[in-house]
Design a protein around this ligand. Structure first.
Ligand code: ABN
Length: 182
């Protein structure tokens, strides 16, 4: 008595022989080629979720580089030497303190390159004082910062220290000068 496996083998062999007799090698290869080409063309347009790739390339919220960056993004050019929470995310703007806070009397100053016009700008990073820490959009680019034992060139400092209230809220980035062109 033949088993199911033998019957299946027999059926498969008969089908293969019939197909081999009816279909030429060339048309079989053309068929396989069509299937491969169709797959290659169809797969890239299928609606896959590519958002993680976009985020890795910086087109999302916390990515590397976004072009052009806006004033709530840490990689916005004028934030090149900041250490603090961006006031633009805290109810103020890149250049103004949020309501209920006042700008620090002393500040850290950095030099940042503006890719839009190819010039270098002197940027004053004044802290905004008088309300508890904002906690949004922390940005720690710190270009030009040196270790704490070199106090005059160290930026991890609460610049509200000489205001009436030394409570730190967020940091602004105000252009105070432009470098001469070579
Ligand atoms: N300049 C921002 C800041 C505030 C408090 C402590 C460190 C840094």
């Amino acid at each position: 008595m033949k088993s199911w496996l033998d019957l299946f083998d027999h059926f498969a062999e008969r089908r293969t022989r019939t197909i081999a007799q009816q279909v030429s090698r060339r048309s079989a290869l053309i068929g396989v080629g069509r299937v491969l080409l169709g797959t290659a063309l169809a797969l890239p347009v299928l609606p896959f979720d590519r958002s993680s790739q976009a985020r890795a390339e910086g087109h999302g919220g916390g990515g590397k580089h976004k072009d052009p960056a806006t004033e709530t993004d840490c990689d916005y050019w004028r934030y090149c030497a900041v250490d603090g929470f961006l006031c633009s995310c805290c109810g103020g703007s890149a250049t103004s303190c949020p309501p209920g806070t006042s700008p620090s009397k002393v500040a850290w100053v950095g030099t940042c390159h503006n890719p839009a016009d190819g010039r270098d700008y002197l940027v004053s990073y004044n802290d905004c004082c008088g309300r508890t820490t904002c906690g949004r959009c922390f940005c720690n680019t710190n270009h030009g910062d040196r270790p704490g034992y070199r106090m005059g060139v160290h930026n991890d400092v609460n610049w509200c220290m000489s205001n009436d209230s030394s409570v730190y809220h967020c940091t602004t980035s105000i252009i105070v000068g432009v470098a001469e062109k070579d």
